[in-house]
Design a protein around this ligand. Structure first.
Ligand code: BGC
Length: 793
């Protein structure tokens, strides 16, 4: 096997940047193959001809499984492992060596445009489900790439924003899901995010990439950058950033070689990273498996997964529907489904089932009315009148509403949590015409539901993937159980989201003043009543839970405790239930959310069946991160474990005593859940509030939007838009994403994404011109030795 140390320095350095947009560098003369990397979390996006990281160009057909939001709502690790394995099989068929997922960023605010690609607002649920998905993928001999490490919780300003987060929140929320996946599932690779955290760019943070990831958690794989996330090659390599993606066409290789030769960069850093690229190439499959994608079987799995992730939010007995009744099927999404989000995760599906086709196929008596034009926001009265008439004449009305693609996508965040006005108007009108109405929601993140008391049932189908239409019909007709429980809070108002005042922050800084109080952690602590709480979801059958018992009543800080209880299906249909265990720390040693998820179990039972479930609550569940001591500490004293159906529906409480551990709060004690004042936030950070990095003078990191006020900037913006042509008939979501991505691109992307046609020296010239320094600009064009000889002004 080739060893990095046996290769010349230039070849080692070449390995540290991609060969092109999707491959690692090959060295054919010594038998090192290039590895094909492909998005994305819920199916593959292998581009045969064009290459882009925002989902513009066509990709080869692959099964579009339900996106993360839907898979996560199943709370079912076995299901995620099964989907992971199926993605792994497809990866083998298409010759993919590493699947770029799962997306693991926490849903700090439901406005994040990429929420659909992330699993949950809770780190325990995120970590466990991601670990299952990774195990499924890697079980097929293909690598996974959990992303985006770390604190990439918004799309706005993702290339320049610096997330200011206190250390305890960072450890307990944002890093802990990654920690779990690394320790438990041992992913082959991990992806460094675009943004900065506490002043350090993720792609050049030694602390994140080496000290925490490798030295503390034992990561032994390869770190690759998000596409275009590397801002400094030399610093990045020194920090542990192994592989820059995509290729920067060798533009910075000379800098790296010079740095080694000048003694600024340890040659061992280069060879260690190069060795990791070689190790990846050695373990990744060399060529396609030669087997076809099992289209029908994977479509069936996608359909089952979509039903398992569908959450029955409310039901006054209308669901499942009577198969003999007539149905008014309303909503253009029944014909033009919303089934995945836009951006780099966009899969070209092998098939696509619509609700309308699936319902008609079942022989149901269906009258269809579009109700709205999916490309517009404002209500169309004619379409609404037609829908109302259809609803009036039918036994039941099924209304599909949700978020059009233009509302949620990679590249930008939502402006608000409302549905398009026409969707709200339609629901009000149809419910008034026929009280026997079911609303089916198709969206990738929580929305406000002002009419939620009106329909007899609400089914949150999320984005169901290619077979989502069939899954919705399966659930409506009771052929499948809506197996989901919310993996995120549906707030009653946007103001109920604790992060709201600080989201998405300023372009160059976002402050996490809500600290630990994200999602249900805030709702249960503040006592605000969500529209639908985290963990909520109804079933078509009924379950009885027995008395829970704990393996011990007194534990030490190193002990796990097992909660056991019997779950019985007391109804007449098969169904699934999720037993949730939350910890309530009664010691008062540190400020903590009132309730935090520490364990769960999904159980499927036939009618009349009963089973004892055992939920292991690990020692970490009781610990907090002590910033001063740089480690995990457990408060001594009384804790409750709350056995619950959701974050607000506690069924039983088990009292526990931690017999050792700490009794005093770390100094200074933190007492305000939301650090609203500057002083409180600075105290929590343990340092003065940093000022956002200045926008001027412009640098390679400045974004197109930041330089657009200058003439040169406008020219650059125009050139970039030309380079990213968008077809006339493209949907609004894609158009918006391309425009926002172009505006938010840092100037250094011109080097990487022009495949080296724009050299760094030319870029620097432009930047000096942008800064109004024509002489410096001109000097940049001098040959390298002359340029170096003259000091910079
Ligand atoms: C996204 C990543 C993705 C990459 C490659 C980036 O824009 O943030 O999630 O894997 O592109 O398409």
């Amino acid at each position: 096997m080739t060893r990095a140390d046996d290769l010349p320095l230039a070849q080692q350095v070449a390995l540290l940047s991609g060969a092109d947009f999707w491959h690692t560098e090959a060295i054919p003369e010594v038998g090192v193959p290039g590895v094909l990397l492909s998005d994305g979390p819920h199916g593959l996006r292998v581009q045969a001809e064009t290459a882009d990281h925002i989902g513009l160009g066509e990709s080869l057909p692959a099964t579009c499984f339900p996106p993360a939001v839907t898979l996560a709502s199943s709370w079912d690790e076995a299901l995620l492992a099964e989907v992971g394995a199926a993605i792994g099989v497809e990866a083998r068929a298409l010759g993919v060596g590493v699947v770029l997922g799962p997306g693991m960023n926490l849903k700090r605010h439901p406005r994040c445009g990429r929420s659909f690609e992330y699993l949950s607002e809770d780190p325990l649920l995120t970590g466990r489900l991601a670990a299952a998905l990774v195990a499924g993928i890697q079980g097929q001999g293909v690598g996974a790439c959990p992303k985006h490490y770390a604190v990439n919780n918004q799309e706005a300003h993702r290339h320049v924003v610096d997330a200011i987060v206190d250390e305890r929140t960072l450890r307990e929320l944002y890093l802990s899901a990654f920690e779990h996946v690394v320790r438990v599932a041992r992913p082959w690779t991990i992806m460094a995010a675009y943004n900065l955290v506490n002043g350090e760019r993720c792609s050049s943070s030694r602390r994140l990439l080496t000290e925490v990831l490798r030295e503390e958690w034992g990561f032994d794989g390869l770190v690759m950058s998000d596409w275009g996330a590397v801002a400094e090659r030399v610093g990045g390599i020194a920090a542990g950033m192994d592989l820059e993606m995509p290729s920067s066409a060798g533009a910075y290789d000379r800098d790296v070689i010079d740095a080694v030769q000048d003694g600024r960069l340890d040659p061992a850093a280069v060879s260690t990273s190069a060795q990791r690229v070689l190790d990846l190439a050695a373990r990744a499959p060399r060529e396609p498996s030669g087997r076809e994608i099992p289209v029908a079987a994977h479509d069936a799995l996608a359909r089952r997964a979509a039903a398992d992730g569908a959450v029955l939010l409310s039901n006054d007995g209308l669901l499942p529907l009577d198969p003999d009744g007539s149905v008014a099927l309303i909503g253009a999404f029944a014909e033009h489904p919303r089934y995945q989000g836009a951006g780099s995760s966009q899969v070209n599906p092998t098939r696509l089932t619509t609700v309308r086709d699936a319902l008609v196929e079942r022989g149901a008596t269906v009258t269809y009315a579009a109700g709205y034009d999916p490309r517009r926001a404002e209500p169309d009265q004619d379409l609404i009148d037609e829908a109302v008439a259809a609803a009036r004449d039918a036994d039941v009305a099924v209304v599909l509403v949700g978020l059009p693609g233009s509302y949620e996508s990679e590249g930008f965040d939502r402006d608000h949590l409302r549905l398009p006005p026409q969707h709200d108007t339609l629901v009000w009108a149809v419910c008034a015409a026929n009280p026997r109405t079911v609303v089916v929601l198709c969206n990738g993140a929580p929305v406000l539901l002002p009419w939620r008391e009106e329909p007899m049932a609400i089914l949150e189908a999320y984005l169901g993937g290619q077979a989502g239409g069939g899954a919705i019909v399966d659930v409506l007709l009771g052929e499948a159980e809506p197996g989901g429980r919310l993996a995120e809070t549906f707030p009653a108002t946007q103001a109920d989201v604790a992060a709201d005042p600080w989201f998405p922050g300023e372009p160059r800084q976002v402050q996490h003043r809500e600290g630990l109080f994200v999602g249900y952690r805030h709702a249960v602590t503040a006592g605000s009543e969500p529209a639908f709480p985290f963990g909520h979801g109804l079933s078509y059958t009924t379950f009885a839970w027995g008395e829970p018992s704990a393996s011990a009543a007194r534990i030490t800080a190193d002990d796990a405790v097992t909660i056991s209880l019997e779950v019985a299906n007391t109804g007449e249909r098969p169904g699934s239930d999720v037993v949730q265990v939350y910890r309530h720390d009664r010691t008062g040693v540190v400020l903590r959310p009132r309730r935090e998820l520490v364990g769960f179990a999904k159980v499927r039972l036939a009618p009349g069946e009963r089973r004892t479930v055992d939920i292991v609550v690990p020692p970490r569940a009781f610990a907090f991160y002590d910033v001063e001591a740089r480690g995990w500490r457990t408060p001594a004293g009384a804790h409750d474990l709350e056995i619950a159906r959701s974050s607000t529906d506690v069924v039983a409480t088990v009292a526990l005593e931690v017999v050792d551990g700490v009794t005093a709060a770390p100094e200074p004690p933190d007492t305000e859940p939301i650090a609203a004042s500057d002083a409180a936030f600075a105290a929590r950070l343990g340092r003065p509030l940093p000022a956002p990095r200045p926008v001027r003078p412009f640098t390679r990191d400045s974004t197109v939007a930041e330089v657009q006020g200058t003439t040169v900037g406008r020219l650059l913006a125009r050139a970039l838009r030309k380079a990213m042509p968008v077809a006339e008939d493209v949907d609004e979501g894609l158009r918006a994403m391309v425009e926002r991505s172009a505006a938010e691109a840092p100037l250094r992307h011109f080097v990487a994404f022009s495949r080296g046609r724009i050299r760094p020296a030319l870029l620097d010239t432009l930047i000096e011109a942008l800064n109004g320094r024509p002489l410096a600009a001109a000097r940049n064009l001098l040959p390298e030795p002359l340029r170096r000889a003259r000091p910079r002004t």
